[in-house]
Every structure is written in structure tokens, then in C-alpha cells.
Design a protein around this ligand. Sequence first.
Ligand code: ATP
Ligand code: MG
Length: 580
Amino acid sequence: MKWSELLLPTLKETPAEAEAISHILMIRAGLIRKLTSGVYSYLPLGFRVLKKVEDIIRQEMNDKGAQEVLLPAIQPAELWMRSGRFEALGEDMITFTDRHKKLNVLGPTHEEVITSLVKNEVSSYRQLPLIIYQIQTKFRDEARPRFGVMRSREFIMKDAYSFDRDWEGLDKSYQKMYDAYCRIFNRCGLKFLPVEADTGMMGGDTSHEFMVLAENGEDRIARCKKCNYAASMTKAECVLPDIPLRAQASGQILDSREIEKMKTPGVSSVRDVAEFLKVTSEKLIKTILYEKDGKPVAILVRGDHDVNETKLTHVLKTNQLVMADEKMIKNITKGPMGFSGPVGLKGVEIIADLSLKQGENWIIGANEADTHFKNVNIGRDFEVLHWADVRNITESDTCPKCNESIEISSAIEAGHVFKLGTKYTDSLEADILDEKGKSSRIIMGCYGIGVTRIVAACIEQNYDDHGIIWPIEICPFQAVVMPLNPDHDASIAEAQKIYNQLQDAGIEVLFDDRNVRAGIKFKDADLIGFPIQIIIGEKSLAQNLIEMKVRNTDDRSKIKSGEVLNAVLQNIKNLYKNNK
Ligand code: ATP
Ligand code: MG
């Protein structure tokens, strides 16, 4: 391919709307262009990368015996209402009413569609197990589309679904997909970690997220510094430190002091109150009010902790949890926002985080403007209805498996696998008959990978000050041939010769035949991140020498013109070897 004939608009400047490095580089390197918020076009180079990622996924899925299909993006809303997810997905769902006044959904995922297909087409245990997948566009009206294709409203996902006659079968299918995912992410050159995850709106009980470690990641993961425990922040379990449970837990307060009201003028945040009272935030209890199915609940966590809403929805067994706003807080506590507390609170369920079992003489909001209580003790001054783990893990916590220290890192969720069980086969009544003619529910698993997100995630892990450094398996072209002086006929002829040679040998090569300065060619080649650059300069050529640069090591060498092909082949081989 000749550069002059390619739609490859590179940019020198950082685009104003891009925050994440991958977003900036994907625009600057001419891979994508934005159409509207969270919606992108893939230009030829971006499309080539995307296709390579898809191919890797396809190969690995096929290798595990999964079968490719293509399911419709337009889906009747009625199907989603039957599974109960129309409500659960809420505003994320993109819908339209057709000319027959029927409500439709643009598929955000395909559990409902595939289950209804399998229900109709599979009736005997002999037809199982089955793993079906597709690579298709998904639509989600994300609350905050950001970071380019990382969190977009229209994106490509590989989604797979397994159908088994029993739970042992599901375990096997799940393991197959888990293994395929590890291979896919490895081949895409990603440093990743499978972590235990919450099953969320998908349902089911076991799930793993495949997390790509990256500073810009929107997710947080907790991992043990010693054992192999790793979990997403929403899931990671908090355990009480191994010190004797004091005070409230044993029903006695060791250092009981009189509860006292005190003025905290103008300070309401934990940090400000702690600073004002010259104590650490661990001495405070935060009271966060929610409305659950129309009823108020108060959640208590230590001042230095944060509520984990995922854990909370499990504890409260609801999907309808709304954090109270100013008006609601006033209604519930009769006091202003920022000064809420459980003492004297009537008609409100109080849920306390387990960590509050350790400690006493707490500082707590008094449901009055500019006022807090000190020396509050649980059991004496107010009652807790329910104790539970409802907070996020921190680096001060210990591993729930082995008690060693925990490390928290940022990550990008690139894939997610679930053991769904019968959630969808129950709602659609998808059954099979066994050997004895007895009917039983089909057991399902589902497995998603963000194809477009992988491209962005890969750049987040593979770049330098000059641009992208593509892992060899998903680079848009393996090599670029750059004659530096477009007016020097011998350079052009040599470049053409090498280009033809590489092309004939099956190497994906781009010929930078543009009539631009050498500096621009160098900069663009680094920006786009071709793994190998073949540089043809006038002076070197006079000595029959060609320069070769390997992008990821910045290794430069001069080689004889006739040896270029072999050198390129050797380098590609090494790059593949190191990618594994
Ligand atoms: P997130 O928590 O990031 O919103 P999710 O849990 O909603 O992701 P799934 O429903 O499990 O995602 O979808 C499977 C995969 O699809 C994800 O692991 C991710 O790689 C990708 N994905 C999900 N939402 C988006 C999006 N808005 N843009 C791009 N890729 C996405
Ligand atoms: Mg999501």
C-alpha cells in the first residue's frame, strides 16, 4: 500500500477533547475520528487493527469449538421485559418505536436473543454442549462516554454464550472460555489479570473480569501482595483485622464516655471535621442516606472508608437504590445535608459496616446544622439493624485469603466471563429432555470482550513520548519503507525495490511515498508505531546501506540492501517470540 493513496490523516497537535493517551494517539495517528459523543468512525489504519484483534479472537474461539453466528441488533423490547432487564438497564438502553408502534431495543448485549434462539432450536441433551459467539456492534447510551472508543455508545463486542445440560458442563465451558481469553489477551500484547468480579445486572454467581493494568483505567482492582487473590473493587471482600473485637462486638464499651453535642461551624466533610477537631478521620462515622424501594436506609461507614454500592445492593437485595438528595435528607433527618447521623433517627433502617465493630466514642453528625456528637457508642446511643461488609477495600486492609497486604491498582476491564446458571433459561423457559425423557433447564454462561476497547487498552500499555508502539500481532502494518528524499531517484527506486520484496514475502508493508520532509516521515512513523522502519537515506545508499529501526527497542542498524528482507523477517519473528 502506498501512503499517498491511503486515507491516513495524522495530526501534530493534541486534540482538545481527548484526555486519555490512547484517545489522543488514536486520533493523532489517524485511526479514528469522532462523529458525535461516544460514536467513532474507524479509518483504514484503525480498521486494520480492529480486524486483527477480531481475527485473534475468532481463531481462539474457534479453537475451543465455539461457533460463530450473527445475531440481530434490532430486538423487540418485549423480550427484555420478559427477562426483567428492560428496567435494570434503564437509560443505558437505546430504544426506538417502529412504524407499527412497537418498541425496539438496539442490542446492548444478547443474552435474551440467543436464549430465545436456543430455546426454539435445541430440545435434546444430545444437542449440547454448545458455545455460540458473535462479533458485533453493541449500543449503550453510557452516562459518561469518554476516553474515545474505551467507553463509547456504539462499540464492537465479542459475546459468547455457552449452553450445557448440567453445572459440570458449565464449569468446563467456563474454563474453556477463560483459557481462550488468556490466550487472546496475551496475543494482543496486553498485561492483564483475571480478577474475581461481581455479577451485577448479568445475574449468576461466579464471574471473572479480565483487567488490563493501566493508570487511566476507570476500574480499581485489589490484589494480594503475596498470594494469588485478585478481585475487582466492587467485589473485594473486607475482613476485620485480627485484633480482639472490642467494645460493641462484645456488648461492652471499654472506655465509655458521655455523649456530647459540639459545634462544628461550617465544617461538614469528613476531612474538614477531622481537621477542625484535630482527630484522624478514623474517629468519625459517615452516615450516607439512601432510598430503597421508597424507604429510607442509613449506611454507616468509618470516616476513612467509602460505601460500596454494589455490595450494598446485594445486602439490601434491591436494584432500586437511590442516594438521598438534599431534599430527601432534610425529610429523613430534619437536618441539613452534611450533618446526618444515626442518633435519634426514627423510621430508618440502619446498616453498619463491619469495621465499626472495632472502635468506640465515635464522632457523628447530629442532624442539626453545624453540629456533631462526640463519644457516640453503638448499642448505647443507637441501634444497628444489620451489620455487613458494605465498603470498598483499601490498602490498609488485608487479603481475605491469606491476611497479607493488599495493593490497589487502576485497570481497564477488557473482558468479563459469567456463570449465569438458569437466569435467562428460567425467564424464557428454555429446557431440554434428557436420556429418560425428563425435562430440565439449560445451564448458561456468557463471555464478553470489548473488541474496540482492546485496541485502546493496548495503546494505554504500549506507547512512549513519540507515539504508539504496536505489539506485532495487532499492528496496522508490520513495516514502513521510507525514502527520505523524494527527489532522489535512486532512493525512490531502492525503496520501491525493497517494498516489492517485502510485499512479495507476505510482509504487511506501507510505502511512505509522500512528497514531504524527512522529519515528518520520521515523526509519523513513530507516531503510528510501525514495528519496523526501513529508512532509505541518500548518503547511506551511496554505500549500499539501508537503515532499519525497530520501534519497541529503538534498535537501529545499517544493513546491506540485499539483506533487508531477511533482517525484516528475522525481526518480525523475534517480535512474535517476545509477544508470547
Ligand atoms: P463497564 O463496567 O466498563 O461499563 P460492563 O461491565 O458494562 O463494562 P460487559 O457488559 O461485561 O461490560 O461487556 C463486555 C465487555 O464489553 C467489557 O468487558 C468491555 O470490554 C466492553 N464494553 C462494555 N461497555 C463498553 C463501552 N461503553 N465501550 C466500549 N467497550 C465496552
Ligand atoms: Mg457498563
